[in-house]
Design a protein around this ligand. Structure first.
Ligand code: NAP
Length: 281
């Protein structure tokens, strides 16, 4: 049984589903996990793919999915922590409940699944954990302070764990996508953006509209709509090749990473992007 095995979270749609297909087409065993596997009709048809339930906020479901992976395929070579969601709001518009829920999925979810898989990887003395963060893990733009703080948290987790687990031959990396037309990001946004007093709502709308415009222009550089397959390909590259710990993907994310690398200081970088991110006064 030499075939390698990947477990992917959030494989019901977007990058997670495309990554599941990419690994399967490349001859891997794939455990495609999701909250509602009964709705999946494509991945269930494929050879060497097991579709099973895993909610990253429910440790019991994680334990069952990890056990199933080991009993079915014998190993977990790669874990892709992809499940996550975002949304726009000013900080004051998000309730404590909204914020904690996003941290539960985007941050504690990554920790929960990693915690379940690491003992097997240590035993194997090999493995790779790939966390799908975001370009919002490099820069917190207007109206995404909460989302960006979850992705910054996972960036810190990734870099720290990369040190911790290097002696065990376990690589820990992140893929930082720019803006892609996969996400249901805005589906979580509309109500929250209307919360608060009139001044807050008007300000939120103004920042949000401007940011949407900028994001669209950046993601469509060269007149092309950003292709989410790029992210699935980058995840696969991280799993199979010797890549850096941080892997921006997409013209916008790569441009930001380049600006950060060239800037004299963090403040110089922030000063450079402020006129782009903030609407004219
Ligand atoms: N698209 C972008 O522009 C973009 C940019 C940067 C980073 N990202 C990140 O990329 C990752 C994938 O997003 P996507 O763009 O592919 O969006 P997507 O199509 O909305 O996929 C998100 C996936 O996460 C799953 N999920 C949400 N909460 C979960 C939970 N508690 N347990 C298990 N699965 C859960 C969703 O499952 P359900 O079907 O059950 O809801 C879905 O499969 C996310 O971490 C996102 O933050 C996206």
């Amino acid at each position: 049984m030499n075939q390698k095995t990947v477990l992917i979270t959030g494989a019901s749609s977007g990058f997670g589903k495309l990554a599941a297909l990419k690994f399967q087409q490349s001859g891997w065993n794939v455990v495609a996990t999701m909250r509602s596997p009964e709705r999946e009709t494509d991945l269930t048809q494929l050879e060497n793919v097991v579709v099973t339930r895993l909610d990253v906020t429910e440790p019991a479901s994680i334990e069952v999915a990890v056990k199933l992976t080991i009993t079915t395929f014998g190993t977990i070579d790669v874990l892709v922590n992809n499940a996550g969601y975002g949304g726009h709001s000013l900080f004051e518009q998000a309730t404590d409940e909204n914020i904690r829920a996003m941290f539960e999925t985007n941050v504690f979810g990554v920790m929960n699944v990693s915690r379940a898989v690491l003992p097997f990887m240590r035993q194997q003395k090999s493995g790779c954990i790939i966390n799908v963060t975001s370009m919002a893990g490099m820069l917190a733009a207007p109206t995404i302070s909460i989302y960006a703080s979850t992705k910054h948290a996972v960036q810190g987790l990734t870099e720290g764990m990369a040190f911790d687990y290097k002696p065990f031959n376990i690589r820990v990396k992140s893929v930082l996508p720019g803006a892609y037309p996969t996400t249901r990001f805005n589906a979580n946004t509309s109500d929250i953006l209307k919360a608060g007093d009139a001044e807050l709502v008007a300000h939120a709308e103004k920042l949000h509209t401007h940011l949407q415009d900028v994001a669209q222009k950046m993601a469509n550089q060269g007149g092309q709509v950003a292709d989410p397959q790029e992210v699935a390909d980058k995840i696969f590259e991280c799993a199979t090749q010797d890549t850096p710990i941080n892997n921006p993907v997409g013209s916008d994310a790569e441009m930001l990473a380049g600006m950060i690398a060239k800037a004299d200081s963090r403040q110089a970088f922030i000063d450079q992007v402020t006129p782009l991110l903030m609407p004219p006064v």
